[in-house]
Design a protein around this ligand. Structure first.
Ligand SMILES: NC(=O)c1ccc[n+]([C@@H]2O[C@H](COP(=O)([O-])OP(=O)(O)OC[C@H]3O[C@@H](n4cnc5c(N)ncnc54)[C@H](O)[C@@H]3O)[C@@H](O)[C@H]2O)c1
Length: 327
């Protein structure tokens, strides 16, 4: 049996609970220590998951336990600083949450830090079972030639754009579209993501040669039939000349192909739990492999940065009222 991946958990907030539950359920991970600045959250979470080694100083936890991975589940506005501190403390590999960055400068700095160690972004949706089946279909070219992909989310670009774009852009990659070339976007209104301003609504078209990816994030997102929860207003549609697949976060999926319709279910949080576990299993696989297998990890920072550059491109395009290059 493969040995467990030794992980230091940093952050004991809302999302960390799902990471810890998945790490323990996966059987792939040994959480050797846990850390939070907030001692109350630290002890409550450590008690819940039965973790003995507890720290309020991340560098001390990394130094004392020499983990193979540091799982950092903290807010976006401290992302770069805490990753830099983890690297200084000796973290050999790091998992961070989305969004990976709040500016192009931070995004580039994270890519540089990830040049000689795995820094991966936790866009876990692509490990959901139904998405794994979609990737297989696309590899088999089962939808024929795909020229259009649509992705939408009812909430703003920073909140859910990283998930939706990761799915849609991975689909584009598997359909042989190459890299996105340009973005033409319109943004309306303003909301706040933490202390950071973000457009309340974004509508964009992203050009890949003759192919098009359509994005809506905010009220312009078409409603998901049957969905009443704003967070679950997420859908992706991949349209080929021999078939089409539609996948929602919480209201199932439908495949139209060869004159037949197939349907299945999707559901949060069950699918999230499965995906989060599968992501940790995959992290163990690449981090325990010899050589630089870690470079192929599906959501490494270099790949995540392409999604981030498209999000930045949306905001730049709307501000400059023109199409912008994102290559
Ligand atoms: N992938 C997903 O599906 C998903 C879902 C929800 C949230 N998220 C993302 O997860 C991230 C965290 O969200 P959250 O809701 O858990 O935030 P949170 O504010 O509830 O928790 C963050 C925790 O980090 C701790 N912290 C901050 N700085 C620290 C430091 N230097 N050392 C140790 N601990 C420190 C805080 O004390 C806090 O307990 C966000 O970026 C969010 O967007 C992702």
């Amino acid at each position: 049996m493969a040995r467990a991946l030794r992980v230091v958990q940093v952050g004991c907030g809302g999302r960390a609970q799902a990471h810890l539950a998945a790490m323990q359920a996966s059987g792939a991970v040994d959480v050797v220590a846990i850390c939070d600045l907030d001692a109350t959250k630290l002890h409550e979470t450590a008690d819940r998951f039965g973790i003995a080694a507890r720290y309020t100083d991340m560098a001390e936890a990394i130094g004392a336990h020499r983990p193979e991975l540091v799982d950092i589940v903290t807010p976006a506005h401290i992302r770069l600083g805490i990753v830099e501190a983890a690297v200084r403390a000796g973290a050999p590999a790091i998992l961070i949450e989305k969004p990976m960055a709040l500016s192009a400068t931070e995004c580039d700095a994270l890519v540089r830090l990830g040049a000689d160690r795995l820094i991966a972004v936790n866009t876990q949706y692509r490990w959901m079972t139904h998405w794994q089946a979609v990737w297989k279909l696309l590899r088999q070219e089962a939808l024929g030639t795909v020229r259009a992909i649509r992705v939408s989310t009812g909430v703003n670009l920073l909140e859910q754009g990283p998930h939706g774009l990761d799915l849609a852009m991975h689909a584009a990659e598997l359909c042989g579209w190459g890299n996105p070339e340009w973005v033409l976007a319109q943004c309306v209104g303003q909301e706040f993501f933490g202390a950071n301003a973000v457009p309340a609504d974004t509508s964009a078209v992203i050009g890949y040669g003759d192919n098009r990816l359509w994005l809506n994030a905010g009220p312009s997102a078409p409603p998901v039939p049957g969905e009443s929860v704003i967070w679950y207003q997420q859908q992706v549609e991949i349209i080929g000349d021999r078939g089409r697949i539609w996948v929602s976060l919480n209201q199932g999926w439908t495949l139209w192909r060869n004159g037949r319709i197939r349907q299945g279910t999707t559901g949060w949080p069950a699918d999230d739990g499965v995906a989060q576990q599968a992501l940790f299993v995959d992290l163990r696989r690449v981090l325990h492999a010899k050589g630089d297998r870690w470079r192929s990890f599906a959501t490494g920072v270099a790949i995540a940065a392409q999604r981030q550059r498209v999000m930045d491109g949306c905001i730049r395009s709307a501000a400059e009222n023109t199409r912008v290059q994102v290559l």
